[in-house]
Write a protein that binds this ligand. Structure first.
Ligand SMILES: Cc1cc2nc3c(=O)[nH]c(=O)nc-3n(C[C@H](O)[C@H](O)[C@H](O)COP(=O)(O)O)c2cc1C
Length: 330
């Protein structure tokens, strides 16, 4: 394929184009599959959703797996889908980019934040931050091949939270369209809190739009972050997995729910997810496992008794009947 002219790419829209700061559902491996995305779009209507990370093989001829191809194909016309790639070989990333573009992907993101497992033992995800020259080559390969928007999702640094400032010139040169920033370091994993003072400084230091991500669990907190950081938008991860209504609350379309309402909402949401998961996954056991991983994101004290009961369920019918009992008990 001939390299595309940058102007072709610039003519494409970012995944958002409204007057309001976009609210995005984060990419979350094991969670933001197409069933979850459908339920989130139905309940909370995020402006943009991301796939879980799509691993780019540097050995296989088909750079991404068949099941990941299904995820890419599952984009809807209503809510733009960003396909997130994780890989570290420019050639493999260029071929994966061609593969997903042929499948219809319009927006691509490169993962430079994942702090776990194979990703950091190799050179992908957060480990990429140890090799800025590799980042440059990888972004160049993706931007050259792709006609839609390209973005990065990045931590503030590998082990130094100031590292992000040294990467901004590289990002600006690369021709990407926006940055999603999770202001923790890679070695920090999920300890402590996201440091959004860094987000505010990055917003000032770059011409690229910055989407703020990390620890947004209430509308009040998200709106304060938008105002204080000047970020172009917000990305919600665990907060939205626990409470998809958070998107509507951030738009001030819904008031904060009280404890009893949150209990009912959560049961309704888990029931809807259970229906979708039974359609998507093979067998009740897998669907139950996926539902339990959603519970990992529930941290509201008022929901902990429900979470405790549901975690103990050994079968899906038992899980569903607990949800039913709660609904009838109110
Ligand atoms: C279970 C889990 C899976 C995740 N998977 C991904 C992923 O596939 N790609 C990615 O860029 N970040 C991934 N993340 C990070 C989230 O996208 C997000 O940056 C992080 O959770 C902080 O945002 P939050 O506090 O709103 O959850 C994952 C996080 C969790 C907890």
């Amino acid at each position: 394929m001939l390299p595309r002219k940058k102007s072709d790419r610039e003519a494409m829209k970012r995944p958002w184009n409204g007057p309001h700061p976009p609210l995005m559902l984060a990419p979350m491996q094991g969670l933001t599959n197409r069933a979850m995305r459908a339920v989130q779009c139905d309940i909370g209507q995020p402006d943009v959703v991301f796939t879980e990370f799509v691993r780019v093989s540097h050995v296989a001829r088909q750079r991404i797996t068949r099941s990941d191809c299904h995820e890419v194909l599952a984009g809807s016309d209503d809510v733009p889908l960003v396909v997130q790639l994780i890989g570290h070989t420019p050639e493999a990333l260029a071929q994966a980019t061609q593969q997903v573009e042929k499948l219809g992907a319009r927006h691509l993101n490169l993962n430079m934040g994942c702090p776990f497992g194979r990703t950091t033992s190799g050179k992908t995800g957060g480990a990429m931050l140890q090799q800025p020259e590799l980042i440059e080559a990888c972004l160049d390969a993706v931007v050259r091949e792709f006609s839609g928007s390209v973005s990065v999702k990045v931590r503030s640094g590998y082990d130094d939270p100031e590292q992000i400032f040294t990467l901004l010139p590289l990002f600006e040169r690369s021709g990407i369209d926006f940055i999603v920033l999770h202001p923790r370091t890679v070695v920090q994993k999920y300890q402590g809190l996201a440091d959004h003072a860094i987000t505010a400084r990055v917003v000032v230091a770059t011409i690229l739009p910055v989407i703020a991500n990390g620890d947004i669990v209430s509308a009040e907190q998200g709106l304060t972050l938008l105002e204080e950081s000047g970020a172009a938008g917000l990305m919600l991860g665990r907060g939205a997995i626990a409470n998809p209504w958070l998107f509507a609350q951030l738009r001030r379309q819904l008031p904060q729910a009280d404890e009893a309402q949150r209990y009912r909402q959560s049961c309704d949401y888990l029931n809807r997810l259970a229906e979708e998961y039974q359609r998507l996954f093979c067998g009740e056991h897998q669907a139950l496992g996926k539902l339990k991983s959603v519970l990992e994101c529930f941290s509201e004290p008022g929901l902990l008794p429900l979470v405790k009961k549901l975690r103990r369920c050994k079968t899906l019918p038992r899980f569903l009947s607990e949800l039913q009992d709660v609904g009838e008990g109110e």
